[in-house]
Design a protein around this ligand. Structure first.
Ligand SMILES: Cc1cc2nc3c(=O)[nH]c(=O)nc-3n(C[C@H](O)[C@H](O)[C@H](O)COP(=O)(O)OP(=O)(O)OC[C@H]3O[C@@H](n4cnc5c(N)ncnc54)[C@H](O)[C@@H]3O)c2cc1C
Length: 504
């Protein structure tokens, strides 16, 4: 008889684990509280417009390709993935614009145009980062169940490259003398909801990854990835129950034996995988916890949140697909968001204009404009329901003053806002911290919640809340590690199951 696995949540982490485990002969059922799959990598429709809820940057698409390959499928039979060139536009407060590319000649002449004198520094940075990437990446692809995992040769070899005493900004100051160039190479910590002045120096790898392998778009939006994953699961005989919220995990002693739905129905299973937000899941699904008690969860550090403005507009703007607009004093705003816990519409505003490359998201002549502003998470106790209209106005004023979207207010015909309170209330994201636990070194590797639950046997975690962390490439890795551990525990065989070229 096939062993049964119940997965809580149909975000990319849960879907990827389901694909991998179905391919290894398990009976897999996913329970998702929403009406559709995808989680934060899902979509919603507003009138004629289609919006991605969260992710819009696909980095390292080879990781997603690998998930499909390990599940016996070719991703390119399901979705169309296109690299973007330029990657994005950076616009600084003084009006300077920078358009990076993966094309080495283009990026060198762009650096020379915008940051004269920095080309050699950039080449040195790129060379060093490539060396570091080859060592550090391997460390992310292993589980950290024991402190002794830090003694593995892969980790010890990478350790000097991790530069553990300094922040990302400290590292970049060694390479670049131009402040805007430093910003261009460090703002990427926004993707994990941290300030570059605080994020570990290992995160300089994000800008290297962008420039080396690019940023990709998926036709129809990145939500198409999770829809394709759901298709594979159904083709393979897996079951996905949408509109089916889970209330708790069934236990016998300290062993997970199934789940209890909000309806009260109990469903037995041999294994349980949690994909719902980690801290939310701990505080909601398990009463008695040894490690992740309410006090411990509260003590942990979490990423910032985001204020989201999704606008269906009756016109198109001739601006790039991705636009990052800096305010006057980026450091001051990052400090306010992450430390002083004050929201500012002028920190770093991201504008997604996918209609410029993808005609499937809105009727001709119209565009879905997605605006993201990093703001404090709900530890700040801001009353967003009250602040929302005023903050929306401030964001639109900032955009009008700093971009070509001066008249956007006149063309809005559909609109949706998501605040940090909404992330917590509607999406079950603890403290509205959408990029999960902070990626500080004391919350990474062994110090991040493990892929094999530390509370219960037969229970595993996948997604941004576990090792290695937030973002789709990391989530792909987490689902492979989690599936590997489950199979090892089930079979008693310590051999790696997936013939993984990437997960050594
Ligand atoms: C605004 C934003 C922008 C982002 N941009 C990017 C980007 O450009 N690139 C990138 O790589 N990453 C990005 N991310 C980060 C990350 O990749 C996504 O958030 C990703 O969707 C997280 O995946 P996950 O599987 O960990 O969790 P989720 O996607 O949150 O999935 C968890 C699932 O669990 C379900 N669930 C919760 N509670 C229950 C319950 N009680 N019962 C049943 N189901 C439940 C939820 O409904 C959800 O479907 C972004 C995130 C956000 C929020």
């Amino acid at each position: 008889m096939k062993k049964k696995i119940a997965i809580i949540g149909a975000g990319p982490g849960g879907l990827a684990a389901a694909m991998l485990l179905l391919n290894k002969g398990y009976e897999v059922a996913i329970f998702e509280k929403e009406t559709a799959v995808g989680g934060r990598t899902g979509r919603f429709l507003l009138g004629d417009y289609i919006f991605d809820i969260g992710p819009t940057f696909l980095m390292l698409p080879q990781y997603m390709e690998e998930i499909f390959r390990l599940a016996g499928r070719n991703i390119h039979d399901y979705v169309e993935i296109t690299p973007l060139d330029p990657l994005y536009r950076l616009r600084f407060a003084d009006g300077t614009e920078f358009y990076p590319s993966t094309d080495i000649q283009k990026i060198l002449s762009e650096i020379q145009r915008v940051f004269p004198g920095q080309v050699e520094n950039y080449m040195r940075f790129r060379h060093d980062e490539h060396y570091r990437f080859n060592r550090i990446e391997r460390c992310f692809k292993r589980p950290y169940d024991s402190v002794y995992d830090f003694l593995r040769p892969t980790f010890l070899e990478a350790l000097p490259q991790m530069d553990i005493t300094g922040s990302l900004r400290d590292r970049l100051e060694k390479y670049f003398t131009n402040e805007k160039m430093r910003l261009a190479m460090t703002f990427q910590t926004k993707y994990i909801g941290m300030s570059p002045w605080r994020a570990p120096s290992a995160y300089s790898l994000i800008s290297f990854i962008e420039y080396q392998w690019g940023i990709h778009h998926v036709t129809g939006g990145l939500n198409q990835l999770t829809l394709a994953m759901a298709r594979v699961i159904e083709e393979r005989g897996g079951r996905i129950y949408t509109s089916t919220a889970v209330k708790s995990i069934l236990t016998t002693g300290n062993k997970a034996t199934g789940i209890v739905l909000e309806s009260g129905r109990k469903i037995g299973s041999d294994y349980v995988i949690i994909n719902a937000n980690f801290a939310y899941a701990m505080s909601s699904f398990l009463k008695d916890r040894k490690k992740y008690t309410d006090a411990e969860l509260e003590k942990r550090e979490y990423s910032c949140s985001t204020f989201m403005l999704y606008l269906g507009v009756k016109r198109q703007y001739d601006i790039p697909h991705h636009n990052l607009i800096f305010g006057e004093d980026f450091k001051k705003y990052m400090d306010e968001i992450t430390m002083k816990r004050r929201p500012s519409p002028e920190s770093l505003v991201y504008i997604h204009n996918p209609a410029i490359t993808d005609t499937t998201l809105a009727p001709k002549g119209k565009s879905p404009i997605y605006i993201l502003v990093p703001v404090p998470n709900n530890k700040a106790s801001i009353d967003w329901d009250k602040l929302k209209p005023e903050f929306r106005r401030q964001v639109l004023d900032f955009i009008a003053a700093n971009t070509e979207l001066k008249d956007i207010g006149r063309y809005i015909e559909e609109e949706k806002i998501i605040t940090p309170q909404d992330w917590e209330r509607d999406f079950n994201v603890y403290k509205g911290a959408v990029f999960n636990l902070n990626h500080d070194l004391n919350q990474m590797f062994y110090f991040r919640p493990h892929n094999r639950s530390e509370e219960l046997s037969n229970c595993y975690i996948t997604g941004g809340g576990t090792h290695p962390g937030s973002g789709l490439p990391n989530i792909c890795i987490s689902s492979v590690i989690t599936s590997e551990l489950l199979i090892r525990d089930d079979t008693g065989d310590r051999q790696w199951r997936f013939d993984n070229k990437m997960y050594l």
